[in-house]
Design a protein. Structure first.
Length: 126
């Protein structure tokens, strides 16, 4: 199986030993995105703004892979404060339509660069 590296200049550049996404066959494995503004590589401020920025970053990488949020079959959400989960749902409905992807929401002690939220996803592109 051929693996293809997916990159988008509309999402933050990888800042470590990883790729923004890898496409293997018709499946795309997206690395975790934190709320970095791709132009400044700085965190945006505030939980709602951070969540929106993460979705926008994921959207850019999905599009670079030839897909969209409709192709996401699994979404993982990492939160430093699970009390923000209702806000994530409120924002998520603006990006996704039914059938919604399978999802996990995981509470974590800390995220890179002091982010409050990180997400990764798996897409299947037909």
């Amino acid at each position: 199986m051929t693996k293809t590296v997916i990159t988008s200049d509309k999402a933050p550049a990888a800042i470590g030993t990883y790729s923004q996404a890898i496409k293997a066959g018709n499946t795309v494995y997206m690395s975790g995105q934190i709320p970095l503004d791709p132009k400044t590589m700085e965190l945006v401020e505030g939980f709602e703004a951070q969540t929106i920025q993460v979705f926008e970053n994921l959207k850019s990488v999905a599009e670079a892979a030839g897909g969209s949020f409709k192709d996401i079959v699994k979404l993982n959400i990492f939160l430093t404060d699970l009390s923000h989960f209702a806000k994530v749902n409120e924002i998520m409905v603006k990006y996704f339509e039914q059938p919604y992807p399978a999802r996990a929401a995981i509470g974590v002690a800390a995220l890179p660069k002091g982010s409050q939220v990180e997400m990764d996803a798996i897409l299947v592109i037909e």
